[in-house]
Design a protein around this ligand. Structure first.
Ligand SMILES: NC(=O)c1ccc[n+]([C@@H]2O[C@H](COP(=O)([O-])OP(=O)(O)OC[C@H]3O[C@@H](n4cnc5c(N)ncnc54)[C@H](OP(=O)(O)O)[C@@H]3O)[C@@H](O)[C@H]2O)c1
Length: 266
């Protein structure tokens, strides 16, 4: 009877990390698991073999969860997992996402719908259904981008999805303060990941370099999460300077400079 009572009371403590099959999501899995002990890390992405590799690398506490998060049904499936297992979700990382470097009307409309569904709707949905399973001191990392700070021609829809993600996260952080839960908007600059395999299909955008390493963005985000009052994490001086300029300069000027860099008319 006593053991049954204890079993009922015990809530598995987990981290949920999307985009776990590569780039920053995968680095979040590696770094968070090195810092803290979780009963399980639910590693979410579509490529099962990558998630299985991560499990082999880190241990059986990695639970591969294969979901296409651009589908509403996947969010419902994830919610059913939460309801069935009733875990204590200590950390949620929304790191899945993709973009196109394309003139607006040259990329497929279906692709835009998927991008909005993944970069924004899934972030909202996953956060919404996870919150009932979070306690005081829980943490939410939402991967946005420095592209969130200004309109960005030729990365238009991606940049707009990230502006949504940034505003959503900062406002959410305020709303969650009374519950002692923190939400952090992580805004990377160009970062060396597989992101570019999807984003780049031609030479629409030519002026960019991978300035940052994925693991450094993640290390900085984990540090910034601990800082009182910090709701945005920007890794590296170039990225921070870039963000500062977009705050003080008129956005028309910022767009003109960007178009000049990309050899596009303004
Ligand atoms: N790299 C950069 O320069 C940069 C800069 C600023 C912001 N970001 C943002 O950082 C986040 C992480 O990207 P990354 O740079 O690490 O790129 P990445 O290496 O391409 O990782 C993207 C992740 O998202 C997952 N994903 C893509 N479509 C999905 C779907 N439909 N359902 C579920 N998972 C999906 C991918 O896994 P599967 O393919 O296995 O599903 C992968 O794990 C993204 O939100 C990106 O927009 C990147």
């Amino acid at each position: 009877m006593r053991s049954l009572y204890c079993k009922e009371r015990y809530r598995m403590r987990i981290a949920v990390i999307t985009g776990a099959s590569s780039g920053m999501g995968r680095d979040f899995v590696r770094q968070l698991s090195a810092i803290e002990k979780y009963d399980e890390i639910w590693a979410i992405a579509r490529r099962r073999e990558r998630l299985e590799e991560l499990k082999k690398e880190l241990g059986d506490f990695i639970r591969p969860v294969c979901l296409d998060l651009s589908e509403k049904e996947s969010i419902e499936e994830y919610e059913r997992m939460l309801i069935a297992e009733k875990p204590d979700v200590a950390v949620l990382v929304n790191a899945s996402g993709f973009g196109y470097f394309k003139q607006f009307d040259k990329a497929p409309l279906d692709g835009y719908y998927k991008m909005i569904a993944l970069n924004d709707a899934a972030m909202v949905g996953l956060t919404y259904v996870t919150l009932p399973f979070m306690k005081e001191n829980a943490k939410i990392y939402n991967i946005c981008s420095v592209a969130a700070f200004q309109p960005t021609p030729y990365i238009n829809i991606y940049s707009a999805t990230k502006a949504f993600a940034l505003n959503f996260t900062r406002a959410l952080n305020v709303e969650l303060r009374p519950r002692g839960i923190k939400a952090l908007a992580v805004c990377p600059f160009w970062t060396r990941t597989e992101f570019f395999d999807t984003a780049v299909s031609d030479d629409t955008i030519t002026y960019y370099q991978c300035y940052t390493e994925s693991r450094d963005v993640v290390t900085k985000a984990i540090k910034d999460m601990k800082k009182k009052g910090r709701d945005v994490s920007i890794c590296g001086r170039t990225a921070q300077f870039n963000a500062f300029l977009t705050k003080i300069l008129p956005h028309k000027f910022v767009m003109r400079v960007w178009c000049g860099q990309q050899k596009k008319p303004y």
